[in-house]
Design a protein around this ligand. Structure first.
Ligand SMILES: [Zn+2]
Length: 203
């Protein structure tokens, strides 16, 4: 096995990383001390055991023997009548940083590609419906907080269509983020003020 090629191929799968960058990563590693590489591989090997996925919102959080719920889902101070659906963990973190939102979350895990034939296998749609089945009566609003990209809007429309019958059954509102976010921006890269405004002006 050609270790150099294999490793650069693995880096190439990282989000936003192309073949040239992935080769630069391998050259960078070659220039580091053996301790650096050892520490890196140790942490990567430990990652699955040290991080857990929350039973309720599916976000990643430091694994704990005490709870299978993350700090947000386990908190009694969050407004349980609000549920915000985001594409990725990074979007949730950006929303938390804005301090505009006090409800709880659900992380889809990805966005739905335009031509995707099996959205249920791409995102946690089934788990989202299950959660709403369980909590439907306490919900007053489900906020779809997707990026203003083509894929984000596609995801939002698909999720909204899937949730509409449940919104009628349980009598909650489905809203989306309002103005403030400019077209093409990923939620993850928007600043706190912009996100807070987009949340306040949701419709
Ligand atoms: Zn959680």
């Amino acid at each position: 096995v050609d270790t150099f090629e294999k490793l650069s191929e693995l880096f190439n799968r990282f989000p936003g990383i192309g073949p040239r960058q992935s080769r630069r990563f391998v050259y960078f590693l070659l220039g580091q001390s053996p301790q650096y590489a050892a520490e890196l591989s140790r942490l990567i090997a430990e990652l699955p055991r040290s991080v857990a996925s929350c039973r309720s919102c599916f976000r990643y959080f430091p694994a704990s023997a005490h709870s299978d719920l993350c700090g947000i889902c386990g908190s009694s101070r969050r407004d349980t009548s609000l549920l915000m659906v985001v594409e990725r963990d990074a979007d949730l973190e950006s929303m938390e940083k804005s301090r505009a939102y006090q409800g709880r979350y659900f992380v889809l895990g990805a966005s739905i590609p335009i031509l995707e034939k099996n959205p249920e296998e791409t995102v946690r749609l089934r788990q989202l419906k299950q959660r709403i089945e369980q909590e439907g009566t306490t919900l007053s609003e489900v906020i779809l907080a997707m990026s203003l990209t083509t894929e984000g809007e596609h995801t939002m429309e698909h999720i909204a269509a899937c949730l509409r019958p449940m919104a009628e059954e349980f009598d909650f509102k489905i809203s989306t983020l309002g103005r403030g976010l400019s077209t093409g921006t990923e939620l993850e890269y928007s600043d706190a003020t912009t996100i807070a405004n987009a949340f306040k002006t949701r419709t």
